[in-house]
Ligand binder design. Structure first.
Ligand code: C2E
Ligand code: CA
Ligand code: CA
Ligand code: CA
Length: 278
């Protein structure tokens, strides 16, 4: 029994060591991922319930490491956030997507693209001025960009964060509250935010069956959105049954594998309507 305990102990230690090693390795490699061209963007279409049209997308970051292969943003974004690499990476994402929007706008009926922004990015002193520079440099109009931020972030430091949101709103950027419903934010704080979109978290959509508790939560969130004059977007829609409930409840848009996984830009534009050419 004694030796077994010892073995278990060393196993546990090895696992910790391996985790720390991988983390350390990833952080080091992430520093050069931009210059090594290992980062790229994929786009997940958003579908309007009203006419089934696609004219929006969410952009998602991908890291293809030469040796380690594809690394999930769920793993590397937190590492980037804790090491401040997120500021450079986030600016790279913004610059790349703004360039792409401007190019697509010439040929396709694209309304806007939403971008995930980390709390550490938003909290950075220079965020607003970097964004203004990027918009000016690329010729991207602020209204073509939507910023997604999780409600958890907002609640951490409401006064400062509401001030940042107000400055973004004044710039003309659209604002979306991501993963809504999971962070128990107080409704009085939500009411203070200059929002455009409520994004229903996929954990509710996943278990949304007729009459379920999740169904009632989804219904309540959509009603809240309607009363606050916000657009509602459901994420993680995988089945026809989920889509039908959301449609019946009056959700505005959905996103999910049912329609499409995130895809490269070339594939995404095949889902857009072409602009009539003069
Ligand atoms: P998120 O913003 O909540 O993004 C939605 C995630 O759900 C994406 O995972 C997307 O691929 C996935 N998804 C979409 N449809 C479905 C579906 O029908 N079923 C299921 N099960 N999943 C679906 P992804 O791309 O792995 O991104 C994970 C998270 O990483 C994002 O969650 C976001 O928080 C973060 N992230 C991704 N790109 C960026 C970025 O450029 N900047 C920052 N700061 N964070 C990012
Ligand atoms: Ca998002
Ligand atoms: Ca989300
Ligand atoms: Ca999420």
């Amino acid at each position: 029994a004694k030796s077994q305990g010892k073995q278990r102990y060393s196993l546990f230690n090895n696992e910790l060591l391996n985790n720390n090693l991988r983390r350390y390795k990833l952080e080091n490699h992430l520093k050069r991922a931009i210059e090594k061209n290992e980062l790229h963007l994929v786009y997940q279409p958003k579908v309007a319930f009203a006419d089934s049209k696609v004219d929006c997308a969410e952009v998602l970051l991908r890291w293809q490491h030469t040796k380690l292969g594809a690394i999930s943003p769920v793993e590397f974004i937190p590492i980037a956030e804790q090491s401040h690499l997120i500021v450079d990476i986030g600016n790279w994402v913004l610059e790349s997507v703004c360039k792409q929007i401007v190019e697509w706008k010439q040929h396709y009926q694209l309304d806007r693209v939403s971008v995930n922004v980390s709390p550490q990015q938003l909290a950075h002193m220079d965020f607003i001025s970097s964004l203004e520079h990027i918009l000016r440099r690329t010729g991207c109009q602020p209204a073509w960009l939507e910023i997604e931020q999780t409600e958890g972030w907002m609640m951490e430091n409401p006064d400062d964060n509401i001030a940042v949101f107000k400055r973004l709103k004044a710039l003309g950027v659209r604002l979306s509250l991501d993963d809504f419903g999971v962070a128990y934010s107080s409704l009085s704080q939500i009411a203070r935010l200059p929002l455009d979109v409520l994004k229903i978290d996929k954990s509710f959509v996943e278990y949304c069956e007729v009459g379920s508790r999740e169904h009632m939560i989804v219904r309540t969130v959509i009603q809240l959105g309607r009363n606050l004059k916000l657009q509602t977007v459901a994420e993680g829609v995988e089945t026809e049954a989920q889509r039908q409930i959301l449609d019946a409840e009056g959700c505005d848009m959905y996103q999910g594998y049912l329609f499409s996984k995130p895809v490269d830009g070339k594939t995404f534009v095949t889902m857009l309507e072409k602009k009539p050419q003069a």
